[in-house]
Write a protein that binds this ligand. Structure first.
Ligand code: HEC
Ligand code: HEC
Ligand code: HEC
Ligand code: HEC
Ligand code: HEC
Ligand code: HEC
Ligand code: HEC
Ligand code: HEC
Ligand code: HEC
Ligand code: HEC
Ligand code: HEC
Length: 549
């Protein structure tokens, strides 16, 4: 605009000299008009004869020229667009075209002697330092030497650094034109705290006309960001949230307030998926499994984040899909209702929503820190599952690896790979003493725990380990009795639940307790002071076996 007026006065001179220029320049080692190698030769943009554009460019409209390669159908890999109002914009209509920000010939020196990245700025002052012809503030210097902290560079001289060098001149490429925008104007007025010193393009890309999209989470957080680990890859681990699809920016927003604000403030801000409200911010998540006092953020995240989604109504406020039970973009499966499983009114439950009351779970039978002081401790999700919200190398995000998928897929116990039971035992004995339950002690009410007695232990051939009798996810009842009996097997049994033995079982009508459900067993009850159980493929498959209580 302003510049075109200036140039039009000299346009005749240019037409005369440019032919000489085009040939001369290529052979002149002292020329300042070096050509960026990406742009090959002068002739991709200029023709000496019959060039329709000003300055002998190959198109009358310069952005058509640029977009012939940088547009959707063009040959350049880097697609780009102009900068213009977003829909519903409060600003007077504007459209900044490619050469308003770029000099297609070369990267320009800036007023501090450095070289601007990505051909930003053009030579407008006498010494050739990079400037931008702004719509409202005349020609202004532009300095763009760093892509910002999140791209591994310094904040100073990045897209918008809030005059970090303190010379009173706002020269960032995303500052220098703005006089009305709410953020990052070319003077000290307005808000300069919006993502200052970071890579603006991640959320304000060319192909959205530089308008803020709020997203970009996955683009940035696929690598380490400052003190924060790389998170996107965690959604491709063995087990993870957003099953059956790739995690999207919208998925981050189902769990994180950062999609709305308070991002990069040093605190993780999680959402309550039922209210959309925020949890108390915390610096970084951790769980010290050596202590029986649960950290305040652990109980807060468990009760107001995990369990507000893992309940009967899912994520009523923050779901992305429109279906609260399948809140993520992959809409792969309904959210498991874990909240109900931990109900303290259930006939069996682990001590998450409230403590247990089994007097045999004491310092003789439990590993520290649990139940060491004659009390009944409460545990958290993160004493059994990994302390993270995204994914894990172990199935079901457990602290130790168990191949539950193979267990679920196997219908014939002869096909269960050996060693599986030992992995279950290794998991359960994080808290229940192996000296009691794996090698056999004298403090449990059940005298046949451990040893190789009747294949009760993994070492004796029990491939389901503890889950052969407790909280089993498979039904191993065998065909001697006809079809497998319903034995209450289900995922999440180890959290808790209710199961009453059916009329097919000798224990018909008995509500089972102590997680005696699923796995090998097909019935369990206590008569007087004697407990009776029956197993499917166990040694005592056809008759109940008793033990003294
Ligand atoms: C990628 C496209 C492109 C290439 C390649 C290119 N130019 Fe240009 N050139 C332009 C555009 C666009 C303008 C007009 C700039 C404007 O509108 O401010 C221009 C303007 C010019 C001008 C006018 C002065 C100025 O800098 O604004 C000269 C001289 C010039 N080009 C010479 C060359 C020479 C010599 C080559 C080869 C070494 C070359 N150009 C290669 C796009 C290109
Ligand atoms: C003939 C095709 C073609 C035309 C026309 C063209 N470009 Fe390019 N440009 C490329 C290619 C190829 C690259 C290398 C990167 C890529 O593949 O996208 C590139 C790279 C760039 C870069 C990045 C340079 C860097 O240092 O990272 C900028 C900025 C750019 N072009 C701006 C422009 C502008 C502005 C115009 C119009 C004046 C223009 N281009 C016209 C093909 C073209
Ligand atoms: C408002 C200023 C502005 C406008 C208008 C603009 N760009 Fe850019 N462009 C930038 C900035 C700043 C960068 C540097 C981004 C980075 O390095 O991450 C950039 C980078 C590029 C790149 C390199 C991209 C990459 O990924 O490395 C190309 C190519 C490009 N622009 C082409 C264009 C074309 C073609 C147009 C017009 C259709 C255009 N730009 C319009 C500011 C602008
Ligand atoms: C060549 C001038 C120019 C440059 C460079 C520039 N802008 Fe703008 N931008 C404007 C103008 C003009 C407005 C209208 C408001 C104003 O004047 O401050 C605007 C407004 C905006 C808006 C609000 C759009 C709307 O309609 O609500 C956003 C977002 C924005 N710019 C982002 C950026 C980003 C990000 C960069 C750096 C990559 C950038 N701008 C660089 C000229 C520019
Ligand atoms: C994490 C994503 C994200 C990053 C990074 C980001 N922005 Fe934004 N920006 C947004 C969103 C979303 C909006 C629109 C909603 C709003 O106004 O808050 C926005 C709005 C804006 C506006 C328009 C404000 C108005 O309405 O007048 C400007 C200007 C702007 N950003 C500039 C920048 C600059 C400059 C940077 C880099 C220093 C940057 N943004 C970095 C997401 C981001
Ligand atoms: C422009 C790159 C970028 C984008 C886009 C981005 N982040 Fe960040 N994020 C960062 C950086 C840099 C940090 C700060 C790292 C540090 O503190 O050391 C951060 C920090 C965080 C934190 C830690 C808590 C905090 O706020 O300091 C969370 C959580 C987070 N981002 C989530 C998101 C989500 C969700 C999105 C999408 C809405 C997103 N990020 C988009 C770069 C980005
Ligand atoms: C916004 C809802 C939501 C929140 C919050 C949530 N989850 Fe989930 N979770 C799901 C859904 C839905 C699934 C089913 C798989 C999928 O589609 O992601 C799931 C699956 C799981 C799985 C099983 C993964 C597998 O491999 O089968 C575990 C374990 C889990 N979540 C634990 C947690 C923990 C611990 C928290 C709290 C840190 C939590 N979830 C927070 C919705 C949620
Ligand atoms: C993070 C520690 C932890 C892990 C791991 C753990 N438990 Fe427990 N378990 C407890 C606590 C605490 C209690 C409650 C004791 C009480 O009554 O105070 C308990 C109670 C039990 C009970 C008795 C429940 C009742 O109703 O009487 C059984 C049976 C049991 N667990 C089996 C298992 C099995 C099988 C596994 C492995 C699949 C396992 N546990 C893994 C901590 C754990
Ligand atoms: C006592 C240990 C323990 C505790 C405490 C625990 N889990 Fe689990 N969880 C497991 C085990 C073992 C599995 C895999 C076997 C199964 O599904 O029963 C599992 C499986 C899951 C699954 C997958 C169930 C399915 O249907 O696919 C989800 C979801 C889950 N847990 C969430 C949670 C949440 C949320 C918490 C805290 C409120 C929690 N768990 C507390 C041990 C535990
Ligand atoms: C199911 C809910 C859920 C989803 C979906 C989710 N997060 Fe998280 N995020 C959490 C929880 C819970 C924590 C705290 C525990 C932890 O550090 O994993 C967390 C922590 C973080 C952290 C801090 C990591 C650190 O090193 O301290 C970042 C950054 C983050 N999330 C970014 C993202 C991004 C980006 C996405 C989308 C790609 C995303 N999250 C999706 C729940 C979620
Ligand atoms: C062969 C079946 C079987 C296997 C395998 C088994 N249990 Fe048990 N378990 C029982 C029975 C029966 C009870 C007693 C229930 C009752 O009457 O109170 C019991 C009780 C318990 C209790 C309650 C406290 C107590 O000691 O009385 C815990 C804890 C427990 N088992 C943990 C485990 C762990 C850990 C494993 C794996 C190392 C395991 N069990 C393997 C059958 C089994």
């Amino acid at each position: 605009m302003k510049k075109k007026l200036l140039l039009s006065g000299f346009v005749l001179v240019f037409i005369v000299t440019i032919a000489a220029f085009l040939t001369h320049i290529t052979y002149n080692p002292d020329r300042t008009e070096a050509l960026n190698p990406s742009h090959g030769t002068c002739s991709i943009c200029h023709s000496i004869h019959s060039a329709p554009g000003q300055l002998l460019t190959n198109d009358a409209v310069v952005e058509v020229l640029c977009l012939s390669c940088h547009g959707p159908a063009g040959t350049a890999t880097k697609k780009a667009e102009v900068h213009k109002n977003k829909s519903g914009s409060v600003y007077a209509p504007f459209q900044m075209t490619c050469p308003d920000c770029h000099d297609p010939h070369d990267d320009r020196a800036n007023r501090f002697g450095g070289i601007n990245l990505a051909q930003v700025g053009k030579k407008l002052d006498a010494s050739g330092d990079a400037m931008i012809p702004t719509p409202n503030s005349g020609d202004r210097y532009v300095v763009f030497q760093s892509r910002g902290t999140d791209a591994g560079g310094p904040s100073m001289y990045s897209f918008a650094d809030n005059d970090e060098d303190g010379d009173g001149y706002y020269d960032g490429v995303c500052e220098t034109c703005h006089t009305a925008a709410a953020n990052h104007r070319n003077n000290s007025s307005g808000n300069h705290a919006h993502y200052t010193g970071t890579n603006c393009i991640a959320c304000h890309p060319h192909n959205q006309y530089f308008n803020g999209s709020g997203g970009g989470c996955t683009a940035c957080h696929s690598s380490v960001k400052g003190s924060r680990r790389a998170v996107v890859g965690e959604f491709s681990l063995t087990s993870h949230h957003v099953l059956g699809g790739s995690v999207t920016d919208d998925d981050c927003g189902v769990c994180h307030y950062e999609a709305q604000g308070d991002h990069m403030d040093g605190n993780v801000d999680l959402l309550n998926p039922d209210t959309g409200g925020r949890l108390t911010p915390f610096v970084a998540f951790s769980r010290n499994t050596a202590s029986d006092s649960l950290e305040s953020w652990v109980t807060d995240v468990q009760n107001n984040h995990c369990l507000k989604c893992h309940d009967s109504d899912g994520a009523t406020a923050t779901n992305f899909s429109g279906n609260p039970l399948q809140p993520f973009s992959s809409a792969d499966r309904d959210v498991p209702n874990v909240f109900a499983q931990f109900d303290t009114g259930n006939s069996y439950h682990h001590a998450v929503r409230g403590p247990g009351n089994n007097s045999y779970c004491n310092s003789n039978t439990m590993e520290p820190p649990w139940n060491q002081a004659g009390d009944h401790d409460v545990i958290s999700c993160f004493d059994c599952h990994e302390a993270g919200g995204h994914g894990s190398a172990n199935q079901r995000m457990l602290r130790t690896a168990i191949d539950l998928d193979t267990m679920e897929a196997t219908t014939d116990k002869a096909n269960l790979p050996a060693g599986m039971g030992a992995t279950v035992e290794a998991f359960c004995t994080l808290c229940h003493k192996s000296s009691e339950y794996v090698s056999g002690g004298s403090n449990s009410i059940f005298e046949y725990h451990g040893t190789n007695q009747n294949q009760h232990g993994a070492a004796g051939g029990n491939e389901l380990g503890c889950m052969g009798c407790h909280g089993g996810i498979v039904n191993m009842w065998h065909t001697k009795q006809g079809a497998p009996l319903p034995n209450g097997h289900a995922r999440g049994n180890i959290h808790g639940g209710n199961f009453t033995w059916t009329s097919d079982s000798f224990a018909s009508g008995t509500a089972t307790e102590h997680f005696m459900v699923g796995g090998w067993i097909s019935g369990w009850e206590i008569v007087g002071s004697t407990g009776y159980c029956r197993g499917g493929d166990c040694n005592h498959g056809n008759s109940s076996k008793n033990y003294t209580r």
